[in-house]
Design a binder for this molecule. Structure first.
Ligand SMILES: Cc1ncc(COP(=O)(O)O)c(C=O)c1O
Length: 387
């Protein structure tokens, strides 16, 4: 019913991704080369037609839409008054960091991880404490070293852990057991757990476990953030939500986001978010099927055409995490080389820290024809580099 084989032409439209030279193909930043669902477009057009764009409240229907979405998509019971509107997941994170931790204190992440977390930590004068995920070079899978994680959480200077759930860039959905264990450790050592669930709707084998499924006692130090921006390709909408079950912590977060002036919606945020969460399910279901096929195409391509590279990402997100260690070149050098020689622009893994320097990240949320072009450029570039 929806067409994912065509993409809007975003050159010269202020798109960060498509601000590139004619021969270049951007497959890096996490937004999708698909048109927005018509149901969401309609809601936005209706709003524009009104022609009146004064200051707005967040209406009850916004909270209802989130409660129902969380219940239907993820089987999570969220209470309406746990939800706070905010202008983005990263603004929410930075604001929470400033409110519940102090300069010089440590904030823990599992690396390699979404690089902007480090900005939220370090630009606010906090220390980034990095627990590097263990990587099995044979199975190409990551896991947590629990005793090392516990040691870091037990350090009295550690005040917050940021969990990327599911995890960008390694494309992994943490299991309920893993989430429960992390939450138990955070609870035991009085560490706030900030769970960034922005990719939660985009787990292609539906294996996502939200932290909102945790029992009440493990939700007391929990701050969750998500948004329709990845799911429905609405990053410039600047509409996100935080869920904070503990009322005292919620009040602190409420003060923080208001103090930072990031708690008021722009003119399209509310109608588009409500449309996404109330009418977007059919589009999302088709999108996930399309993405799953693209992911499979990459896996087959690497196996048959580029077998020195390995797909390390699992079924979460539309970002392929590709192990390039056998090439003996660091990821930044390879990214620069590919751009220079083939026009392909991918993310170099070193920015995500941990063992990221042995990986590249490739965004496969695009029509299949574009993906094929990208993979052929990748092969060509690697062939030239090796010759
Ligand atoms: C894990 C993660 N969190 C947050 C964001 C950005 O969120 P926002 O645009 O709502 O600040 C991204 C974007 O790629 C992301 O991958």
């Amino acid at each position: 019913m929806y067409n994912f084989d065509q993409m809007p032409d975003r050159r010269d439209t202020n798109s960060i991704k498509w601000d590139v030279e004619k021969q270049e193909l951007p497959m890096w930043i996490a937004d999708m080369d698909f048109s927005v669902a018509p149901e969401i477009m309609q809601a936005m057009q209706d709003k524009i037609k009104l022609g009146a764009f004064g200051y707005e409240n967040v209406p009850a229907s916004y909270y209802d839409a989130i409660v129902n979405w969380q219940e239907k998509q993820h089987n999570c019971q969220v209470k309406k008054d746990w939800i706070l509107f905010v202008n983005g997941v990263i603004p929410a994170l930075s604001s929470a960091v400033r409110r519940v931790t102090h300069p010089g204190e440590q904030i823990l992440t599992l690396t390699p991880v979404y690089d902007i977390f480090f900005h939220s930590i370090e630009n606010n004068g906090r220390k980034s404490l990095e627990e590097e995920l263990e990587y099995n070079a044979k199975t190409h899978k990551y896991s947590i070293n629990w005793s090392s994680l516990e040691q870091k959480l037990a350090d009295p200077l550690t005040k917050m852990m940021i969990l990327c759930n599911p995890h960008n860039p390694i494309g992994k959905s943490w299991t309920y057991k893993e989430i429960e264990k992390i939450a138990q450790l955070c609870h035991e050592y009085h560490v706030y757990l900030f769970s960034d669930e922005i990719h939660g709707d985009l787990v292609l084998d539906n294996s996502f476990s939200s932290t909102l499924k945790l029992p009440d006692n493990l939700k007391q130090n929990l701050i969750v953030a998500f948004s329709p921006s990845k799911t429905f390709n609405l990053a410039a909408l600047h509409s996100a939500s935080m869920v904070v079950p503990n009322p005292e912590l919620r009040f602190q977060i409420y003060r923080a986001i208001n103090n930072d002036e990031i708690a008021e919606p722009n003119l399209l945020a509310i109608p588009a978010t409500i449309a996404a969460y109330t009418q977007g399910n059919a589009w999302l279901k088709e999108l996930k099927k399309y993405l799953l096929k693209n992911r499979q195409y990459i896996a087959n391509f690497l196996e048959t055409e580029l077998n020195e590279l390995n797909l390390a990402s699992e079924f979460a997100t539309y970002l392929a995490w590709i192990d390039i260690s056998s090439l003996n070149i660091n990821s930044q050098q390879l990214a620069d080389f590919l751009k220079e020689n083939t026009g392909l622009i991918i993310s170099s893994g070193n920015v995500y820290r941990g063992n990221g320097t042995n990986f590249i990240r490739l965004n496969f949320a695009c029509p299949k024809s574009v993906l094929i072009d990208g993979l052929e450029r990748l092969k060509k570039g690697i062939d030239i580099e090796k010759s």
